[in-house]
Design a protein around this ligand. Sequence first.
Ligand SMILES: Nc1ncnc2c1ncn2[C@@H]1O[C@H](COP(=O)(O)OP(=O)(O)OP(=O)(O)O)[C@@H](O)[C@H]1O
Length: 437
Amino acid sequence: MEDYRMIEKIGEGTFSQVLKAQSLRDGRFYACKIMKQPFDSVEQVNKLREVQAMKRLSPHPNIIQLHEIIFNKETGSLSLICELMDMNIYEFIQGRQYPLPDSKVKHYMYQLCKSLDHMHRNGIFHRDVKPENILIRQDVLKLADFGSCRSMYSQPPHTEYISTRWYRAPECLLTDGYYSHKMDVWSAGCVFFEIISLNPLFPGTNELDQVSKIHDVLGTPDSSILHKFKQSRAMHFNFPPQKGCGLSCLVPQCSAIALSLLYQMLKYDPEERIGAEDMLQHPYLRDLRLAEKRISSLCRVTGTAKGCEASGAASSMDHLWRIARQGRKQHHGKHAAEPLIRCKGPLYPAELPKLNIIIPATKMSSFPVTSLPPLPGTHRGSLPAFTSKICHSQLSKVVSSITLQIQVVQPGCQMLLSPIAACVSHHATIPSALSLK
Ligand SMILES: Nc1ncnc2c1ncn2[C@@H]1O[C@H](COP(=O)(O)OP(=O)(O)OP(=O)(O)O)[C@@H](O)[C@H]1O
């Protein structure tokens, strides 16, 4: 850590404190995410799902880049040095009085869709997409905080109490852990609404209220959908049929085409919900998609940034150009961007091979992880097996503060309310290790 000068605190989450730091080697500014929980070994650090996911997903212009990992063996402290962003989406829209121009909303949504598409293509789902985990720097958006992510090829039931309540999809609320990567699309839909309206879409005060807020807007779903959910839930629930007010009255300024994408992202049934790849093909994002295509073909033809700018194509699409350029830069300068694992304190022979090694971010074979389940349908090899071991101390702290589950009964509506979900603030992430076996 002596290679960095800590400047100021820029954020705090359940698991970490984030500081702005300056590298004494290159003078650049970074975000230093200091984990609250101590780690026992380099193996444990390497198994951390956040580290594995960032390595797997980098480089990508819309995924936060991990620059360096600093592990102090003596104290067990772990810091992740990441690229520095200006703020998160929550901070960006908080206190804003007037809606953002549609072009800005669209730029952000396009980049969010790209990050989801890239992540899902690589067999990972995030499980905690929310405004606080989406970072921006000028017009560039990047998805961050992969601490809750999961392999798309792991079999349900998954951890039940994942995701932050306001952004939690119906299948997460109403089944015993039978959800998939489509939950990220729901959460991104809620973020989409929030960027348009500057207000949260479903600000539930507890799990039951969360479901009821969803029904107030979207109406109760078809009995066939509820039947499907009920099959994977031990607890019985029933909702009196209700017609929702719909989304358009809540965002009257929203264009029909944006609403169409929003509705598709907020389909109650995850099987009917649009996927990230199709989101990118939606007519709402058509102009950005075509602009990006044009820019990348111009770059291929001219081979230089100057050539593109001279053509005039990039001037009207500044941020897209930046995305394209950054993507190219990251691609070409891959080795410079690779996270470096450094370890402070006494070195033990058994762990020596993993120390001071630059691990190529895109070569999964070089991950020092032994228990990797197969990753069907990708060329990237196997997907990191995430372990819960690392979070046990945190888990025990959380569990000790939890009493028994409470049964909440309202007229005509019955479901199980988790005190875990109820006690954690709407914007806080529930520790994902809670139900990892
Ligand atoms: N690279 C970064 N650049 C700028 N700010 C950042 C960066 N990473 C994190 N932050 C800030 O710190 C906050 C907390 O970071 P993060 O969500 O990664 O922590 P966490 O402990 O995993 O939180 P959570 O409770 O959501 O799990 C973010 O909401 C953001 O405001």
